[in-house]
Design a protein around this ligand. Structure first.
Ligand code: ACO
Length: 448
């Protein structure tokens, strides 16, 4: 099969959100901590009528409708999520309701879980399937769905929620350059969810930042080595038009890109000009460990990287800054932001993606874009996602209401025998919502 990749993308995020500036004041944090310090504008969250299952039902139904894909044409469905609703029954099986109705139960795939990385694992599985001898000619479908919520404290403003559906097949406008790919996987306790009756993670914020940056360095180094063997020339940030990062909060994305530039400097790559070399020279002698601790290096490399960041990263940051960390969906929401902002000029360009899941698992990989053919074209994907309208039609809730909803959700997590308010007044038509969890923990959904 030629040009296997992403044919279409749909994104759904809840219509309910809170401004970071407002949350900051409510939490008693110093002014600017969430907006400038973390680099976040707004945070989306599920109310009691939405969850990862309803969001993914909405995203999948909407994608199939917008692209007139017959549900019988889907042969593999993979879900990435770290939001555990059931320890055995996969989210994929809930989505089978859409396909069973049409008489299609012949669909491979289940859920993949490892923090924010599950979506990437699901995506690779689908692409590999289409490229393999098991492929039966039908589409693959990948769903990334998460609700990121944290206990009260410094991590709370780094929540978010969304579901993304991606249709996979040959002759795609977004093609995998599968040889240009490198992973770094290790055993660390930076962020994990050992408390099975709580939705909240146990998180060592500072350690998770360092683990993320170390995984980024390792992937980039390995990818550069592989590229050099393959192409006989050096790889640098100049070799890709855009860099898309898993985005827990924007400040970490800024630091990550600066880190790539520092790697280029250490490798004496052509992307680093004379004045940048002079500015970074004092950091040449730092050991690896020291380089993660150095505030001066962080500041200097971010300053040197700024013009490149504006060009190669800024267009990818819209949805993550507006919705927050969407865990498995975060990287693909950043990529969706790029399509939204730049779909007219992306044909022929290479885009690098970095996926990180705590614990930890990480991959850097390359996509090559072409305009594609309607309806599977870059411009149609951008208009079908309708990002601007979705962001504009959200409802900002006050912090008291947000806190009240978080408390209700704490009680509801893992609970049985309740009906929700069924209040779907804020939801757009076509959105699925949770109506009831019965005495046997069975969940029921309706469509607005
Ligand atoms: N104005 C401007 N900037 C400010 C202000 C202010 N008033 N106050 C603080 N800042 C800056 C700080 O200097 C810091 O920026 P820097 O890192 O460039 O120095 C930033 O705001 C954050 O402040 P901290 O004191 O470091 O924040 P804190 O430790 O309270 O929490 C953290 C931040 C650790 C990211 C927390 O939100 C968290 O644990 N989040 C979840 C973990 C996470 O997302 N990890 C990322 C990878 S793993 C994953 O994806 C889940």
């Amino acid at each position: 099969q030629k040009n296997v990749g992403i044919l279409a993308i749909e994104i759904y995020f809840p219509p309910t959100c809170i401004q970071q500036e407002v949350l900051e004041a409510h939490d008693g944090a110093s002014k600017g901590k969430y907006t400038i310090g973390l680099g976040q504008d707004c945070m989306g969250f599920c109310t009691e009528v939405e969850d990862v299952i309803s969001m993914s039902l909405t995203a999948v139904t909407s994608l199939l409708e917008k692209y007139a894909v017959d549900p019988k044409q889907v042969g593999r469905l993979e879900v990435g999520s770290e939001t555990v609703i059931d320890k055995s029954k996969s989210i994929k099986t809930f989505l089978m309701q859409i396909f069973e109705k049409c008489g299609n139960t012949d669909i491979e795939g289940v859920d993949s879980t490892n923090a924010c990385y599950g979506g990437t694992a699901a995506l690779f599985n689908c692409v590999n399937w289409v490229e393999s001898s098991s492929w039966d000619g039908r589409y693959g479908l990948v769903v990334c769905t998460d609700s990121a919520v944290y206990a009260e404290g410094p991590a709370r403003p780094t929540g978010g929620a969304a579901a993304i559906a991606m249709l996979i097949g040959p002759n795609a406008p977004i093609v995998f350059e599968s040889k240009i790919r490198a992973s770094h996987m290790a055993h660390v306790y930076d962020f994990y969810k050992p408390i099975l009756d709580s939705e909240y993670p146990v998180v060592d914020g500072k350690l998770s930042q360092t683990c993320y940056l170390m995984a980024l360095d390792a992937c980039y180094k390995s990818l550069c080595n592989k590229y050099e063997k393959l192409e006989g020339k050096q790889f640098s940030i100049a070799d890709a038009a855009y860099f898309v990062f898993h985005s827990p909060y924007n400040k970490l994305v800024q630091k990550s890109f600066a880190r790539l530039l520092f790697n280029d400097f250490l490798r004496n790559a052509c992307s680093i000009d004379k004045s940048a070399k002079e500015k970074l020279a004092p950091f040449l002698s730092l050991s690896g460990d020291e380089s993660y601790q150095s505030r001066d290096l962080e500041k200097t490399s971010q300053q040197v990287a700024k013009p490149f960041y504006n060009e190669k990263v800024q267009p990818t940051t819209l949805i993550p800054k507006q919705v927050g960390n969407m865990y498995t969906a975060s990287l693909y929401a950043a990529f969706a932001s790029l399509l939204h902002n730049k779909h007219n000029t992306l044909a022929g360009q290479r885009v690098m993606l970095f996926s990180y899941g705590s614990g930890s698992t990480a991959t850097m990989f390359s996509l090559k874009l072409n305009e594609g053919q309607h309806p599977f074209s870059l411009s149609n994907i951008a208009s079908a996602m309708n990002v601007a309208e979705k962001l504009k039609s959200r409802h900002e809730l006050v912090p008291e209401k947000f806190v009240e909803i978080m408390q209700l959700m704490e009680h509801r997590y893992g609970a049985k025998d309740f009906v929700t308010s069924k209040d779907c007044s804020l939801l757009a038509p076509g959105t699925y919502y949770l109506t009831e969890v019965d005495s046997k923990y069975r969940r029921f959904y309706a469509k607005k």
